[in-house]
Design a protein around this ligand. Structure first.
Ligand SMILES: [Zn+2]
Length: 330
């Protein structure tokens, strides 16, 4: 991937391109930001640009043998350091092994590259063992640390890296990337609105029936009526066939109520379920601000009770009766 193809992180990408153009690329970088915002893609793109045999304007050509190997994940000079599958931490043994590899001559490129992810998982021993390597990587190697929260790293690690902060992606950026990946417009917009600025989350939501569930739940709530109490009992059955289903329903209900709260108090459109904005705004108008807050508190309390093993069906009924009671105009 080219640096120019990284979306939604212009400030960081411009800084990297500038460093390449004046030949002042750092030996060690710390890319900090939330999951799914492009840190890893940017790290790979930077290494690709540096390894490329025919770079164009400082960026990778995406065609030479080096670029092809990096894109297919087969470049012998790119190394990755991450916790082993059965381990919590990146161990000091792994760090020593990496140091050994970095001390050897590169196979194809003029230098080696290494991505450490997540850098927070280096324990104190392994982090301390890494310090000298970060300060003077052998053979001109470039080392890129990826972290969610840099304050969880040793200050001595942070101070040896050039620190670049990545931001959460805008909804429009996530939509654009999903469209490029071949998603249909409506689906892309829905996934983006729920992604909280994370491509990782957008893609993982795609595998869930979560979106349709949110829509269905809201429609169910908007059809609740305190005068047709029988319908509440029917609906509760469908939402609480088991404890896990009830917890999932409460997770979605809490998310919908939070959005109603935001809309009712500020009219703000920046909500989690923005694809349901109009429906949520219409529904929020049937409540006072304080009754939405009461319902949110009720939903959280009832969810906690289900987590503590209360009867799921009774819990859902309890919430729905409360909801229907607060709802105006039915
Ligand atoms: Zn190339």
């Amino acid at each position: 991937m080219k640096l120019a193809a990284i979306k939604g992180q212009n400030r960081v990408i411009d800084a990297l391109k500038r460093s390449i153009s004046v030949n002042r690329v750092a030996h060690a970088y710390l890319f900090e930001g939330p999951d799914g915002c492009g840190r890893r893609s940017a790290a790979l793109a930077l290494i690709q640009a540096l390894f490329c045999k025919e770079p164009v304007g400082g960026d990778a050509c995406n065609r030479c043998s080096s670029c092809c190997k990096l894109v297919s994940g087969n470049h012998p000079d790119l190394h990755q350091l991450q916790p082993l599958p059965d381990k919590r931490d990146i161990t000091i043994e792994q760090v020593r092994e990496l140091q050994q590899i970095l001390s050897l001559r590169p196979f194809e490129s003029s230098r080696k590259g290494c991505i450490i992810e997540p850098a927070e998982r280096m324990n104190e021993k392994s982090a301390n063992a890494m310090l000298k390597t970060l300060e003077e990587p052998p053979g001109d190697a470039i080392i890129i640390l990826l972290a969610n929260q840099s304050d969880r790293l040793l200050s001595t690690i942070r101070s040896r890296c050039q620190h670049l902060r990545f931001s959460t992606l805008g909804t429009d950026v996530v939509t654009g990337i999903l469209l490029e990946k071949g998603f249909e417009q409506a689906r892309a917009a829905k996934l983006a609105s729920l992604s909280e600025g994370s491509m990782k989350r957008a893609i993982s939501l795609d595998g869930e029936s979560d979106l349709a569930d949110r829509e269905k739940l809201l429609s169910l709530l908007t059809n609740l009526s305190s005068v047709r109490i029988g319908s509440i009992f029917d609906q509760s059955e469908s939402l609480a066939s088991g404890r896990e289903e009830a917890l999932q329903s409460f997770k979605l209900i809490i998310s919908l109520l939070r959005d109603m709260m935001i809309i009712r108090s500020s009219g703000c459109t920046d909500i989690s379920n923005s694809f349901l904005y109009q429906e949520l705004a219409d529904e929020a108008a049937r409540f006072t601000q304080s009754s939405i807050l009461d319902l949110l508190e009720l939903a959280i309390a009832v969810r906690n009770a289900v987590q503590g093993n209360a009867n799921s069906k009774l819990a859902i009924e309890h919430f729905m009766i409360g909801y229907a009671g607060f709802r105006k105009g039915v």
